[in-house]
Design a protein around this ligand. Sequence first.
Ligand code: ADP
Ligand code: MG
Length: 702
Amino acid sequence: MNNTELLGLLKKHFGFSGFLVGQQEIISDLLAGKDTLAIMPTGAGKSLCYQLPALALKGTAIVISPLIALMKDQVDALRANGIPAAYYNSTQPPAHQQETLARLKDNALDLIYVAPESLSQLLPILNSIPLNLVAVDEAHCISSWGHDFRPAYTQLSHLKETFPGVPIIALTATADKPTQEDIKIQLNIPRAAVHLSSFDRKNIYLEVRPGINRINQILNFIKGRPHEGGIIYCLSRKGTEKLADKLNSKGYNAAAYHAGLLPEDRAKIQEDFINDRTPIVVATIAFGMGIDKSNVRWVIHYNMPKNIEGYYQEIGRSGRDGLPSTALMFYSYADVVQLAQFAQGSTKEEYQLAKLERMKQFAEALNCRRRMLLGYFGEHVYKDCGNCDNCNVPPEYLDGTIIAQKVCSAVARLNEKESVNTVVDVLRGSKNAHVLNKGHEKIKTFGAASDMPWLDLQQYIIQLINQGILEVHFHQNGRLTLTPLARQVLYEGRKVRLAILVKENPKNKKNSMETEPESELLQHLKNLRYAIAKEDSIPAYIVFSDATLKAMEKEVPHDMDEFSRLKGVGEAKLEKYGARFLAILKDFDQPRRTQKKTNKPKKQVSTLLKTLELYDDGHGIEEIAQKRGLAINTIWGHIIQLSENGEHIDFEGLIDGDELEKIANARDNVEDSTKLKSYYEYFNEEMPYWKLRLGLHLLMNP
Ligand code: ADP
Ligand code: MG
């Protein structure tokens, strides 16, 4: 099969018009009958690497997959694309299993998914039908080096002997060498072609913030993202419950998830998350492995994870659809101490502490975070990424020599026996019990930095630790000692540079702010998607991905032909869903296309009139939004548009003279006066979008 034919199949079945990085090479190898090992990060599109060949070749493909949730998700997605597929595992009712086996026997399936434990039950049939390939997904489960080791995976070595002419493809997102070798040995594919792609996940914005006032920071973060869902990881079970309660009490819909819950409760939470019924899950790291949800828009780490592998795996759950996503991590010194204590006494203590140290360095990095992450995984990049907090707002520095001298001197005078917190107390001149009991108030540096806020001083000391000027001994109550560099600071006039601490909204100008409000069209498209998902009992993102809905919003196709060209629309989905989405799109399409002829777009007016009616009846904006099932910002848009159309609207009490003046002044100072976002940023995200829009409208139409 040549490339054009392959691309034809790709569009027909999956609606995509091109391959993602790495897919094409892997697919060619498989089609050429070669065994293959594909190591690609989450969201890189591994499934397609065996699904497309399965369709291109005669016969059936078998896919070994470790979790029922994953199998179900993939089979749902294939069926939504009109591809005959099924899964087989031990939890299904016997009648269901029999039916699947019968279809398999009749060559009626293009792909069959099976758990490794159930594979033996399929073998007799597999021997009697044309098998075109074997895919082993999440192949790291085969290796006891890996983290999700599954004994049944080690029984797969016979596959190569049983089906010598059938190519095997193993896929995983776990990169390390020992695991790779193990996979090849255990699957009996020593000469497999190895495809290792970049681990960069460019669409995920990386940000780390000091863990101060985390709950408020999180509330602010999610407030700006009313239409997005995500995961918040916490260290402890109790932590997940407390935070979920807090979010619920503030009106958000969040569930706590941890290993202490009953399996059926866990399954329900996971399902509600996948189906967008519960947009936020607050979880321990027990959550995530069985989740292929493509539109997780953000991942927050309430606590710092214990190593970079874990961090990368967890943030990787966001943005599988390739759309912009955010990974926000909070970091505090207390987290480091606690994690170090967890590691203590374990058999791999030294190894774990070393990993923790790297994680801490990442948290405290002052340069491009992505370069550091990729470097950790052995990928060296020479350009800053432009999509992390440090690239976004590079830190500014101050001459910290005097501060450093004071700190080092205090550490010396405390005989290198005290922890960061005590050093801070002493420098600030606190007369607390610990200080007084030990007589620390008598040393010379007592109170030498009494003018500095506690947290600032603590942060500076952490920077000194990271610069290798001080050392922490976690085993010994975290006492600080001086390094040779400290002696240069104290006695040889060595200069020290410290990053200026950023208050409030640190480094988050770009991504952590409120996202721009969703358009009315997109809301309608999402509502329809949700309705279809319910009718068909599949997750919404399987009906269409967020990326496809965004494409609809942008292109506004007006017939089946235009609709069919959208990314993610293959033949089956075009036929099944096209007309329903087009009906919505048509309403929005009309004003745009007919604007030149009549300046009274029909539907637009009717939706505006509905809002006007309610507004004139004395309903508040929020109430109208709720009644109409639209976002508050949309209703504001209506009100302003009505006013622009000449309707008399009473704006009394919505915006005052002061605010108008501020907005007027801002016009000359914002970065781009045609963008609301610029105004929003200019006012430090404190003035809501609607007010900005209203203010600008009033200024232009006095
Ligand atoms: P992985 O298993 O590597 O984590 P998936 O197979 O789940 O990734 O795919 C991730 C997302 O990428 C899915 O939403 C999938 O539809 C999408 N995708 C896969 N291949 C393509 C492609 N060629 N073009 C556009 N999107 C693709
Ligand atoms: Mg996958």
